[in-house]
Design a protein around this ligand. Structure first.
Ligand SMILES: Nc1nc2c(ncn2[C@@H]2O[C@H](COP(=O)(O)OP(=O)(O)O)[C@@H](O)[C@H]2O)c(=O)[nH]1
Ligand SMILES: [Mg+2]
Length: 351
């Protein structure tokens, strides 16, 4: 799966509450048939990505077309299906599951269906066959599928897992051993599954040695586990761990949200107080400036009055004092001129 794309498996993990109690109890109330209770039955569950060859592997093991193996990008197996076969006097029960990255099913549906396999194989599967296709690049989607299995079935599941590499025929020019050992991821995966793996070419149903080898490995594993199978309790424990982890993540997210909220409130208060202080200081400055201006203005007015009034009074007094003199001089000169003119006239007349 490319990063950024929605992962039906991981998406599924985010909502444990999506399973209604009634659905879970339906699964739990699954009643096993007699063969499942038979201690000699070998119970195996096929897990893996869509198209990895799960159904074909089931058919190879059962030596018949029990499941529909199809070359389709979408899984043809929508529900867990169980098929039995007798092999050397021993009953083999194979459960085929939907592809873990099936795009035609919702993550909830896939999870619900896959978890049925545990209850379908009561008292529990002896082995999980983790099917991985050879010859194609191990994608992020493939890795997520494995992660999903490890997470949902828990750490215990690896003790019951055998990796089945299908499409053995597609590896050309190098041995399959060399092929898988060239990948660090596959080496680590094999290591985490106790070095248990095998190869299959499902297109060669006549080659029984490959199936016999797988059955031998399954037998060895059962013996190693003392005949015990993976149990519902282990599954429930793994699910409880997931729920606890999800709860922890939810609480962590809530705590982070709360912290973010507090940080925003504090930031808001800090900005508000800064602006308040700024506004207050600006106002104070304005008031101070006004008060500083006032005395200057008053002094200016007083100064103008004190200088202007005496100057005005002086001017007015000068005019009052000088104007009669000027008038007298003017009148005297006027009378003198008149008298002079009249005297001249009389003089002329007397002549
Ligand atoms: N060449 C080759 N084809 C295979 C092998 N295993 C499965 N296939 C083909 O791969 C396709 C998908 O297989 P299927 O079992 O339906 O995959 P599932 O989705 O995992 O169940 C089918 O066409 C199979 O015939 C194999 O080992 N070699
Ligand atoms: Mg299938």
């Amino acid at each position: 799966m490319m990063s950024g794309e929605s992962d039906p498996l991981l998406g599924n993990e985010e909502d444990p509450s999506s399973e209604s109690p009634s659905e879970v109890s339906n699964i739990l109330s699954f009643s096993p048939s007699t063969d499942e209770m038979d201690e000699s039955t070998v119970r195996m569950v096929l897990l893996g990505k869509t198209g990895s060859g799960k159904s074909a592997t089931g058919n190879s093991i059962l030596s018949r077309e029990a499941f529909t193996a199809q070359c389709s990008p979408e899984s043809t197996t929508k529900i867990c299906r169980k098929e039995n076969n007798e092999e050397n006097g021993r009953l083999i029960s194979v459960i085929d599951t939907p592809g873990l990255c099936d795009t035609s099913m919702s993550p909830e549906e896939v999870k619900r269906e896959i978890e049925k396999c545990v209850y379908m194989s009561v008292p529990g599967p002896h082995v999980f066959l983790l099917v991985i296709r050879l010859g194609v690049k191990i994608t992020e989607e493939e890795q997520n599928t494995v992660k999903w299995i490890q997470k949902n079935f828990g750490e215990d599941a690896s003790r019951y897992t055998i990796i089945v590499f299908t499409f053995r025929d597609s590896v050309k020019g190098t041995t399959v051993q060399e092929y898988i050992h060239a990948s660090k991821y596959l080496r680590n995966l094999i290591d985490s599954c106790g070095d248990r793996y095998t190869f299959l070419n499902n297109e060669d149903p006549d080659d029984r040695t490959q199936v016999d080898e797988l059955l031998k490995k399954i037998q060895e594993l059962i013996q190693k586990n003392g005949g015990k199978s993976y149990t519902n309790a282990m599954y429930e424990e793994a699910q409880e761990k997931i729920r606890q982890e999800e709860e922890r993540v939810r609480q962590e997210e809530e705590r982070q949200k709360e912290e973010e909220k507090q940080r925003i409130i504090e930031e808001y208060e800090r900005i508000k107080n800064r602006w308040k202080a700024q506004l207050k200081s600006d106002l104070q400055k304005m008031v101070n400036e006004c008060f500083n201006c006032w005395p200057k203005s008053v002094f200016g007015i007083v100064k103008a009055v004190m200088i202007g009034v005496p100057v005005f009074l002086l001017g007015a007094s000068f005019l009052i004092v000088t104007s009669p003199i000027i008038f007298a001089v003017w009148a005297f000169r006027k009378i003198r001129n008149k008298l002079k003119t009249e005297a001249e006239y009389i003089h002329i007349a007397n002549d």
